[in-house]
Each structure stands twice: as structure tokens, then as C-alpha cells.
Write a protein that binds this ligand. Structure first.
Ligand SMILES: [Zn+2]
Length: 435
């Protein structure tokens, strides 16, 4: 369609930008939130973005013909340590318990440093090719896996620096916190790796006490927090509210990201409102994982049809000023049989599952600038003069064109240059999949 030069400065003209993603651009936006703009790029950065003026196009400018340009994606909740184990360890029945048991068995038997490293690298190559610039993964940190996976993460983060900004949060059931000495050691290890402290919360009788210990360790070691909460249809699961209460009474000042919160969508309105007030007051951010939730939630053993979508109440949260994002979660493992860390797919699915449309409003921030803020990544997820020239040029010129096709021929530009978008071949992992 057109070629971005391999060297030197250049201009793009007739780029279609969304109002929520180009905060410095003053232009006449249409009812879908789009405006045509001209972008100047030099030395790997955006030197200017101005509203398109047909009369004033620089000579030699590359005409994008109104194609949508978005900043590179930020994927704030993934599990690339689990990714791609499906061929050797499928989920036998598609349920949450099936996923938990299958993954636990595979981890104990197969997750050597080499196995984890190769699958993580494979996942990152997928994410990079699809246009992702930053990614947070959870790392299963049940002993002795933490001693294997954290050094692998540190090595891979260095290898990928400049292409994908990689973060990690530890992952374990909150009952693991009862072993105070071990958990303190884990918190120290996470701090040494500049990671994030994460646990999975359930309605245990001592949940409040355990949460206090998690917050105490986060405060002691200066860590942000990342929870998996209430990934269930059980209406008695209210750990999101418990996390908000614990954040308030511990006076926690770091960032807190909470994933899933599925049960909230099943609870009575008055309970929901009370929880959301506390979540807003405690300055929690929430990430929904729409594809994984659709797959696991309301899975019925009697082969009847699922009747709810599994996702949490993002619209109600956003209306209260709670930062909300969507992310990939699992890819080709027992928690989700599919997926490729393609954030355009996540956004497309979220639009359908969560109704990010009519109007679109500022929902595109849920895969770009909002997760960037949650991850403390300044300048990521927006298009602005002075910022990195890291963006994706799509074929689509409006929402229906953008979200109807996979956009497999999108152009990913990093530091002003087109990257080679080659997805790794699944056969590369075949030797790891032998039973
Ligand atoms: Zn997750």
C-alpha cells in the first residue's frame, strides 16, 4: 500500500487519529471521535502532529488515505510463563478447576528454565509482531517455581529491552502467604527484580489477615500490587471489596491493579454500588480479561449453553472514575485454549463482549494509555509530539472496517521504522510438547 522509508525524516499525511489517543491534537473530530492529521517523524520520534490541511501537505509526504493510526498497545495482564502448553496439557473439560489442575501438574513436571524461556520468547515475538510495546506477565511463584522463573524473566526482560518493556508480578494463591518467612523471601526476590507483588484472592476465613500481610510486605519493599480476584460466578466472592478495604486501612500509596472481578456482575445492585465506592476511594484500577472470562465462566458440565458473558462491570467502574483496562490473559494454555497476544483482537472482542461502542468514547485508552499508567510507563499508549514514533497503521478507516477483519497486514512502526512482522511458527515448540 505504501512504504515507510528505511532512513531519514518523513511525513505522514491523512492519518486518522482518535481523539482519546492523541491528546495534544486540536482538530474537528467526527462523531466517531476521529480526525485526519499529518505526522512528522524524525530520529525515531514524533516531531509534530497537526490537523490535516489539504493545502499545506509537505512535498513527498506519505499519504495514508485516511487509515487509522494507533499508538502501540500496552498489555497489562498476561501469563507468558504458561503460554502454549496446550498441546501437551489441554484442559480436559474447559472449566476453571480443570485449568488449575492441568496447569499445576504441567508446572511441576515440565517447567524447567529452558522450557519457560522458550515459551516466553515465543509469546513475546507474537506480541511484538502484533504491535505491543509493553507487557506485564504474572509468574507462577509457588515453590520451587519462583527460583526457576524469576531469573528467566530477568534475562528475557534484558533481551527484549527496547522492543517490549516487560514487567512481572508473582502469582500464588493467597493461602501461600500463611508461610510468613517464605512469603517475605518471595517479596524480597520480587523487589530485587523490580517486580510487582501479586496473589490470587479467595473467600478464605482468614482473608483479611492474609491481605494485611500482603500489604505489609508491599509497603516494606516498596512494591506495587496486582491481584487476581473473584474469577468465579459465586456471588459470595467479594474479595474485590476486601482488597479495597485493606488498601484503605493500610494507607497504601502504591498502584493496585485488580484483575477479573467476575462475581461482581452477579451481585445485587446495592452491594455492587458499595463495593465500587470503596474501589474508587482506594484508587484501585481494574483489568477485565474478556476472552478468558468468556471461555471459562459459566462453563457447564452438563453441556448446556452458557448464559452470561463472564466479564466485570467496566462501564459502571469507568463512570466512577476507576481506571479500567482490558488485556490478553492466557494464551493457548488450560485457562484459554486460544489467543496470540494480539491486543487488536482483545479490543475487537471487548467491543463485542463489553459493548465498547455506540459511542466508542475513550474506550481505546483501555488497551493503550490507561494500562500504561497502571504500569507506570510514561509516554506509552499515546501519540504526541516529542513522544516515541511507536505506532500501528491499520487498513481500516473507521470502526467497522477496523474491527471486522483481523488486520493481519497492519504495519507496525517502532522508533519510526517498519518492523518485520513475522509470527513464530508453532512447530518451533514441537520438541517441548512431546508427552
Ligand atoms: Zn490472569
Amino acid at each position: 500500500m505504501f512504504e515507510i522509508p528505511a532512513s531519514g525524516p518523513y511525513h505522514l499525511t491523512n492519518a486518522r487519529l482518535h481523539s482519546s489517543l492523541a491528546p495534544g491534537l486540536s482538530a474537528a473530530y467526527d462523531s466517531d471521535g476521529f480526525a485526519l492529521a499529518d505526522i512528522a517523524i524524525a530520529d525515531g520520534r514524533i516531531s509534530s502532529i497537526v490537523a490535516n490541511r489539504q493545502s499545506n501537505t509537505p512535498a513527498g509526504a506519505i499519504n495514508l488515505g485516511g487509515r487509522i493510526v494507533m499508538p502501540c498497545f500496552v498489555d497489562c495482564h498476561t501469563h507468558i510463563d504458561k503460554g502454549h502448553i496446550w498441546p501437551r496439557k489441554p484442559n480436559p473439560d474447559g472449566t476453571f478447576m480443570g485449568a488449575l489442575n492441568a496447569t499445576g501438574a504441567d508446572r511441576a513436571a515440565r517447567w524447567s528454565a529452558d522450557d519457560v524461556a522458550r515459551r516466553m520468547d515465543f509469546s513475546l515475538r507474537c506480541a511484538y509482531a502484533h504491535g505491543t510495546r509493553a507487557l506485564r506477565t504474572h509468574l507462577d511463584s509457588v515453590a520451587p517455581q519462583e527460583e526457576i522463573s524469576w531469573p528467566v524473566f530477568e534475562t528475557i526482560r534484558e533481551k527484549w529491552r527496547g522492543r517490549i518493556e516487560l514487567q512481572a508480578a508473582c502469582l500464588l494463591g493467597i493461602e501461600g502467604v500463611r508461610d510468613k518467612k517464605w512469603f517475605e523471601r518471595l517479596a524480597k526476590r520480587v523487589a530485587a527484580a523490580k517486580g510487582v507483588l501479586g496473589v490470587v484472592t479467595y473467600m478464605l476465613p482468614d482473608l483479611e489477615e492474609l491481605l494485611d500481610q500482603v500489604f505489609a510486605q508491599a509497603i516494606k519493599h516498596g512494591l506495587d500490587l496486582d491481584f487476581h480476584a473473584d474469577e468465579t460466578d459465586d456471588i459470595s466472592a467479594i474479595s474485590l471489596k476486601k482488597i479495597a478495604e485493606a488498601a484503605l486501612w493500610n494507607g497504601f500509596e502504591g498502584n493496585i491493579l485488580v484483575g477479573h472481578c467476575c462475581s461482581l456482575a452477579r451481585q445485587p445492585d446495592l452491594d455492587v454500588l458499595d463495593t465500587l465506592d470503596k474501589v474508587a476511594k482506594a484508587r484501585l484500577a481494574v483489568v477485565s480479561l474478556p476472552m478468558c472470562n468468556l471461555y471459562l465462566q459459566d462453563r457447564r458440565s452438563d453441556k448446556t449453553t452458557p448464559r452470561w458473558r463472564g466479564v466485570t462491570l467496566l462501564h459502571e467502574m469507568k463512570a466512577r472514575g476507576i481506571p479500567v483496562a482490558v488485556a490478553s490473559d492466557n494464551t493457548r494454555d488450560p485457562f484459554y485454549a486460544y489467543g496470540d497476544l494480539d491486543m487488536l483482537e482483545v479490543y475487537r472482542m471487548a467491543t463485542r463482549i463489553l459493548h465498547f461502542d455506540h459511542p466508542v468514547g475513550d474506550w481505546p485508552q483501555a488497551v493503550t494509555s490507561t494500562p500504561a499508567q497502571m504500569m507506570r510507563l510514561d509516554g506509552f499508549g499515546t501519540l504526541a509530539a516529542g513522544g516515541a514514533a511507536d505506532f500501528v497503521v491499520f487498513r481500516g478507516r473507521n470502526w467497522t472496517e477496523l474491527l471486522s477483519r483481523p488486520e493481519s497486514d497492519r504495519i507496525v512502526v517502532r522508533e519510526g521504522r517498519t518492523i518485520e512482522r513475522r509470527l513464530p511458527d508453532y512447530a518451533e515448540l514441537d520438541d517441548l510438547m512431546v508427552e
